[in-house]
Design a protein around this ligand. Structure first.
Ligand code: ZN
Length: 475
């Protein structure tokens, strides 16, 4: 047990980690004077003060610091070594570190729960649970650790891809008001595609685990009605008022420029591979051409035109300007994969083969058309899909559904009830909406097939895709 001391004594052995350069006389990781060249650098340089562990690795001679706050039981050496492999991989994508990067800091704030990250020019501030950190003597990549590495990978890629190369309208970034851009699908979407891919191409994740993660992204995008309602350019432009202010109707109205943007990147990569080109090549071209002034709208289409690929340029415009369903099943064979969809067996079922029942065949549960959080009394609806059974019955987000066809519906009964109740005929549903007891008739249906299943159909094409993602550019 740690013994609490008065604040002054407690803070006596604190240290300080920040990407800001120290002025001569200030000891490394010590309190003292740090100098920002301008206001922009000051507000783009987080600092972490307190008790922490530090590890250092170098990429092309540039020091990278991994700082982990507090006192935790975890394998720092492994975290640092794995992170170094990811950084090496992201650097390989562009061929070199940015010229002006003299040091990079991963500042990790560890709590009992919580997750997130924010990119800065020479650092990232990360938030994770202490159980996301790799345990000592833990050979496998736990789900939490894999997600944490993916977050590190994502924020580090932003060092190039949004902190230096950015939309033209962010030059200069005006701090007094919101800045609007139609291009966030390029910057967050491509980054979301490449963060997980770097885990695979650096050898930290195996092929099967990578493909299962990709299936999850495809399933999440596919099952949300918003996929066919809002375009990615609109989602990007409205980020200030919609994506970051999501309400209960978001699953029906707000497309994710992260997840769907990642799938646009996948579609582009697949289509480019048919032309002996690749997404990394396209990204390097954007980096070279637009580092100074930023990317104007249509920058990618202009490169595709220049590569004599006008059809792909037109298709890309449709993918991002219209609320289109992306042609993944058509394009993935170019990467050696085939895509099919099956029906989900529950709201958390997003990937992998269907689970078989004892009798040997998957038993299809009925579909409520809603997401919920269950407890012993009811199911509280957290999302209602437009046009689904719950929506048709007049149910809303926040409703506490108590019974279906006269049977109690709760956390433990829902799976069995939804397997047994009849589909395609009205059954009674009872619910509380705030303090009012209401009833309605609901027609349960079969769920739409939204769970992605990826199968390797051509190992050679697949390995070419991996190789392109993993190799240094030929310059
Ligand atoms: Zn991001």
């Amino acid at each position: 047990m740690e013994v609490l001391k008065p604040t002054e004594a407690w803070a006596k052995d604190w240290r300080l980690a920040t990407p800001l350069p120290a002025i001569a006389g200030t000891t490394e990781l010590g309190f003292g004077c740090y100098l920002a060249a301008d206001y922009q650098q000051l507000i783009d340089s987080p600092l972490l003060a307190g008790h922490f562990e530090v590890s250092r690795f170098d990429i092309d001679g540039v020091p990278h610091y991994l700082v982990v706050s507090g006192r935790n039981c975890f394998d720092m050496a492994r975290f640092s070594a794995d992170l170094a492999r990811i950084c090496q991989q992201q650097k390989a994508l562009f061929g070199a570190l940015p010229d002006d990067l003299s040091a990079y800091w991963f500042l990790t704030w560890v709590t009992d729960s919580g997750f997130g990250g924010l990119e800065h020019r020479d650092s990232t501030l990360l938030l994770c649970s202490r159980f996301d950190l790799p345990a000592n003597n833990q050979p496998a990549l736990s789900e939490g650790y894999q997600t944490l590495l993916s977050l590190c990978s994502h924020e580090y890629l932003h060092t190039w891809w949004v902190k230096r190369l950015k939309p033209a309208e962010f030059h200069p970034y005006r701090l007094a008001q919101e800045q609007y851009s139609r291009q966030l699908w390029i910057y967050e979407g491509f980054t979301s595609y490449l963060d997980d891919l770097a885990l695979y191409s650096s050898g930290l994740q195996n092929e099967a685990d990578y493909l299962r993660a990709l299936e999850k992204t495809i399933s999440r995008v596919t099952r949300n009605p918003s996929n066919a309602v809002q375009s990615l350019e609109d989602s990007s432009f409205d980020a200030w008022t919609k994506f970051y202010k999501q309400d209960e109707n978001a699953v029906n109205a707000v497309a994710s420029y992260y997840a769907k943007g990642a799938l646009v990147a996948l579609c582009l990569d697949a289509a480019l591979s048919q032309q002996q080109r690749s997404l990394p090549e396209l990204m390097r071209q954007l980096w070279t051409q637009h580092l100074d002034g930023g990317t104007p709208d249509g920058a990618i289409q202009a490169i595709l035109q220049n590569w004599q690929l006008p059809e792909l340029a037109a298709r890309l415009t449709a993918w991002v300007q219209q609320p289109e369903i992306l042609p993944l099943a058509e394009l993935l064979p170019a990467l050696g994969l085939s895509l099919s969809f099956r029906q989900p067996q529950g709201q958390d079922d997003l990937n992998g083969p269907a689970k078989e029942t004892e009798e040997g065949s998957p038993q299809q549960s009925a579909w409520l058309g809603a997401l919920s959080q269950g407890n012993e009394l009811c199911l509280k609806l957290t999302a209602v899909y437009h046009g689904g059974p719950a929506h048709q019955a007049g149910l809303m987000v926040g409703d506490e559904v108590l019974a279906l066809a006269g049977y109690r519906l709760n956390q433990s009964s829902q799976a069995e009830l939804l397997k047994r109740l009849p589909k395609q005929q009205p059954i009674e549903v009872q619910l509380f909406r705030r303090d009012r007891l209401l009833s309605s008739n609901m027609v349960l249906t079969e769920p739409p097939a939204t769970v992605a299943q990826l199968t390797v159909t051509d190992a050679q094409l697949l390995s070419q895709w991996w190789a392109k993602a993993a190799s240094e550019p030929q310059v």
